[in-house]
Structures are given as C-alpha cells and as structure tokens.
Design a protein. Sequence first.
Lengths: 105, 239
Amino acid sequence: MTESTIRVKVRDWVGERGALEPSAATRLAQHVVEKRSVVGRLVLDFAGVGTISSGFANELFLTLAQVRPLDEWRQFLEFTGLASSQAQVITKSLHAARRLAQKSP
Amino acid sequence: MVTLGALRRSAEARGWTVSIRPPQLPKLLNYCRYSGLLAHFQVGPPPEVHPDNVTTPLRAFAGSLPLTDIYEVVALAKARMELSRAAQDDLTLVLTELIQNVLDHSESPVGGFLSARAYKEVRDVRFAVADFGIGIRQTLSRRFDIATDKAAIRRALQEEVTSRSSSRNLGLGLAHLHEIVRVTHGRMVIFSGNGYLRHDNGKDSFGSGDVLFPGTIAFVRLPARQADVEELEVIDIWR
C-alpha cells in the first residue's frame, strides 16, 4: 500500500448491524468522497461486515456516481474482504448502476 | 390504525351488516392464522401454540427497515438450529430484500407484516412478509405495460426490472431473493392480486387463482445449512 492509499474499515461506518440500510451506504459514500479528495486511493475493507443488502449496495454506487462516473472510481477504489455472497450483491449493483448511467447519461 | 374489527363494530353500530372474510385459499388462510394476522385484524382467533415449532409474534413495520425484528427472527432460527454463517446471511438478506420491497413499492396503508416459524424437527426456517398495498402489477405499471398479476410477478423476478419507486431501486432485490431460494433448494410462494409464483424443487410455476389478495404476500422456506465454510473472494468487482 503506498502512502497515498488508505484502508477504510466499512464496519466502522455501518455499525454492528451491518450493511442493510441504504442510509448507512450514504454515510460510507460521503466518507469515501471526502477521503478521496485528500488521498490517491482507497481500499474499502468489508471484513466483518455481515450481510450486504442490494439497497445498501445500490445506494453506495449511485451516490458515488453522482460525484464521478463509476468507471473513473475504478482507479481510486479497491474492494477487499468480501465473502462470495457479499461480492455477488456488490457486483450486481455495480453493473446495474453502470447500465443505468449508460441509459440516462 | 383502524383494524378490521373496529371497522366492523363501527358499521354494526350504524345497523349495517358487515361480513369480513379472510382469504379462502388454504395456504393463505393457514398463514393468516398461524402468523397472527387474523387476530391482529380481529377477524379470527390467535395462533395456537404448537409443541413442534416456534412462531415469532406478528411484527408490523412501516417507514424504515425493522432491523431489530430482522435480527430477532435470525436469532430465533439460530437458537432453534445450528445455522451456518452463510445460512444466517441468506436469511438476513432475504428478509431485508422482501421488507425493503414493501417499504419502497407497496404503498400499503397499514405498512407490512413479518412473521417467522422455526421447527424442532424440520431443519428449515419459514417466514412470510405481507402488505396490503397496491400489488406488484400496479407498481410495475408505472413503467411497463403488463396485463395480468401473473405476468407482473414473472417480470418482477427479472434482474433490473424496476418501477423506480425510489431513486435507489435497480431491480435486484426480488431477483436476488429468487436466486438465493433456487441455489439453497428452498421454496417460495408469492401472491399478488390474483397471480402467484410457486418455486419448488428448482422450478417456477406461475398461475392465477380465484382469490384476489389485496396486496402482496411472500412465503419463503429456507433450508438450515450447517456447513460453514465460506471463502473470502478475491475478485475484481469492476470487471
């Protein structure tokens, strides 16, 4: 990890109850956007987060997409610590949010 | 909230004769009885205590995700049988997706209802989420031309089909629920209006019944898996 990379523990932002509520994703996305303005790259660490709902994942990507296109976020954002079920939810949301952006630029 | 019982008493005080009948479809009626819906609306007896199962009290929700209730249902299932971490996640996710759908789409004037049942001998968790809202067909008709309730349910299960009731809806919730039930060899029944989906043994069957359900009700039965090995994925989600 370079000096300009920081690790964000997602659990610290979603609390003990995990990533179910869309509002928790709004808080996380705002934190990511703020941090991104001072560091080059962020690693979102989902270790210990538990269940991720599609509402949470949708909100995360749609909020990030308001700041810059999702494909641009790729160079700044890395996801780690995802179990397979979590990765499925996150990936589907990302792809759906991307397609939505393509339909209505 | 005005219960159906209060409505009946009010009508009877005016000298009117009112008959309130719960849905007569056997599975619906059974659910309404054991979940406590009949008692909640004061149109039937409370659920009987059964020695072989534990049924959570009927929980009403509105406005936001009832996280405490969701975790209590998962805790009930966990206490009743050794649930793997993955099975707990599946249960939490399925409950959350169903409830979020009610909150986002149903426009139910009385919110939604959640009930769950765990059996001593049968290693599965059964639960239902019901609302008395506008139903799936009317919700989807904001964006799609759909002729029947049956067709609406079929359409709603497809990925990225959504009414966009909320700006964050991307049409993944029901599709994901359906996938979890399929992969875990669970069962699911969704009634909305007079349409239904029955998922059993990995197969979907869609149909139309004689009874109109005023809203949407989903029953899900998830097997309680014990194996608890879930590897962390090393994947590039951006692909």
